[in-house]
Design a binder for this molecule. Structure first.
Ligand code: BG6
Length: 516
């Protein structure tokens, strides 16, 4: 007798959509900043369009500048017009949505400001039915994070999870979480005096990108790939985060951050851990975080004496982007003319575990590259050469490319015989494109992440041990770089793929960076 067992789809959690966010008020600290206008409010507006905002919702901008609710709304309308992924602004939706937006002026350290905020939020609870639930979004300079959290606690805006069952409060913290291992640890220590880990949402917007989420689905719902996802079949992995833009108006920030803190420590390490992780036991947040942490903890530390062999840095000089002449990093506003801050990094990493032993992971991130492109390329091992030696040309390796952005999709390069009487081999590509296949425009990362936080789902946020593991690898690099300034900056021309040292690094083993 044949018996059948019904299995639950293990990806249900990961692919379920239409989460129901709880009623709540979102308070944005640093509401007059760039992020609020470019990303946060346009994301809320698009959630309103998609019908994904909670039915009982309000948003309060908290900042130091003097402004009325009307002024703030007018600025946000302007921002939505410029930065929303859906255009033009839908007047009906905007009208309703704008009536849920408010402004609260206060210094970040002013007790009276927090007392007034508490009263005001309670008033809004009455008006909007938001039930006392709060999301506090910290989009200020990182140095304000501990102070704001302390004040929120002092004025009982953060609830004790052991005492409150009815209402909840959560805090979203923008990256960077610390500027090295020691500061990340001390930030964690400071904020956990007042917050439980379950109330902390460390945002890394890469995790909210549709294509990044798809990495989990792609890897664990396609057993044909999972079977060859290891050192027996994979020669090496390349992860590229390239941007054609320069530093623009962010000189002051960049001089303190640099590429390692801005992109590598967070976005790239997240991509690396999703590619390298073992299948989780479930799609619960904790199961996924556990596997990601194991990858980060298996990363081989850079050897102190020969660090330059494994990680190299660069800074852009003048050059051309899209035919336009551009200035060098050192000429940007608020940048020192002798700055040694890096705008490019390339590195070779090894994950010292059974699956990945011996497989190099090459990572590169740069500003002022020829184009914007984020991708993960998995190069498989060569076919045994003896069959093809006579023809003089070895077939190209198979390469699986996951394009994170733009032109989101997945392609597989393989070899084919060119039609005809001879037998020349030519590489061809099987290409899947999100845009043409699904037609629909994916939501912006911030839409997904804000919605997840309002629903209490922390899967796509970074857990503290991930952040610390990443700093553990990279903090020694910062220390070594501080002691040894780069020999020659700028060392690459704007509009090129980075300095020669990056090519030399990957070329040592006969490999080369992909042409994108
Ligand atoms: C941010 C960095 O986190 O990500 C920026 O601070 C960078 O420097 C940006 O430009 C890139 O994001 P995206 O989504 O455009 O790849």
């Amino acid at each position: 007798m044949v018996t059948t067992t019904e299995f639950k789809n293990p990806l249900e959690e990961a692919i379920k959509d239409n989460k129901i966010a709880d009623p709540c008020i979102l308070v944005i600290f640093g509401a007059t900043g760039d992020l609020t206008a470019r990303k946060l409010v346009p994301a809320l507006y698009n959630l309103a369009i998609e019908g994904q905002l909670p039915s009982h919702f309000a948003c309060v901008g908290f900042a130091r500048r003097d402004k009325t609710h009307q002024d703030f709304r007018a600025e946000m309308l302007d921002a939505i017009g410029k930065y929303s992924r859906t255009k033009p602004v839908d007047e009906e939706i905007w009208k309703n949505f704008s009536e849920q937006i408010f402004y609260h002026k206060s210094e970040f350290g002013d007790d009276e400001g927090y007392e007034d905020l508490d009263k005001y939020l309670k008033e809004l609870d009455g008006q909007f039915g938001t039930k006392g639930n709060r999301v506090f979004y910290l989009s200020t300079q990182p140095s304000f994070f501990p102070g704001i959290i302390q004040k929120l606690h002092q004025h009982k805006l953060i609830y004790d999870i052991n005492q409150e069952e009815e209402k909840w409060s959560r805090v979203i913290i923008e990256k960077p979480f610390g500027h090295d291992l020691a500061s990340a640890k001390s930030l964690q220590q400071e904020i956990t005096q007042y917050l439980d880990e379950s109330q902390i949402y460390r945002i890394d917007h890469y995790l909210g990108k549709e294509t990044v989420q798809n990495l989990l689905v792609f890897r664990f719902s396609n057993p044909i790939f999972e079977a060859i996802w290891n050192n027996r079949h994979i020669d090496h992995v390349q992860i590229t985060v390239a941007e054609d833009i320069g530093i623009g108006t962010r000189g002051k920030f960049w001089e303190e951050a640099g590429m390692l803190r801005d992109i590598v420590q967070n976005h790239m390490m997240q991509l690396l851990s999703l590619v390298g992780m073992e299948p989780p036991t479930s799609f619960k947040a904790s199961a996924i975080h556990n596997e990601k942490v194991k990858v980060m903890e298996s990363l081989r530390p850079f050897p102190k004496e020969t660090m330059d062999r494994y990680i190299v840095r660069g800074q852009y000089g003048t050059g051309y982007i899209n035919g336009q002449e551009v200035i060098s990093y050192r000429e940007e506003n608020n940048v020192s003319p002798t700055s040694n801050v890096e705008t490019f990094i390339a590195m070779e990493l090894f994950i010292d575990n059974w699956r990945w032993a011996g497989v190099p992971f090459y990572l590169r991130a740069g500003k002022r590259m020829p184009k914007k492109a984020t991708e993960i390329a998995i190069t498989f091992r060569d076919a045994p050469g003896f069959l093809f030696d006579k023809s003089g040309k070895k077939p190209d390796p198979n390469i699986l490319v996951i394009r994170i952005q733009p032109d989101e999709g997945i392609s597989l390069k393989m070899n084919c015989k060119v039609p005809g009487l001879g037998s020349p081999i030519q590489p061809v590509k099987m290409d899947f494109r999100y845009g043409s296949y699904f037609g629909a425009q994916p939501p912006e990362a911030y839409e997904r992440l804000i919605c997840d936080c309002m629903s209490g789902d922390s899967t796509l946020f970074a857990r503290v041990d991930e952040v610390l593991a990443s700093w553990r690898l990279l903090s020694p690099v910062l220390e070594a770089w501080a002691e040894n300034p780069p020999p020659k900056f700028p060392n690459y021309q704007s509009g090129t793929w980075g300095p020669a040292v990056a090519e030399e690094m990957i070329g040592r083993e006969g490999r080369h960076w992909r042409m994108i």
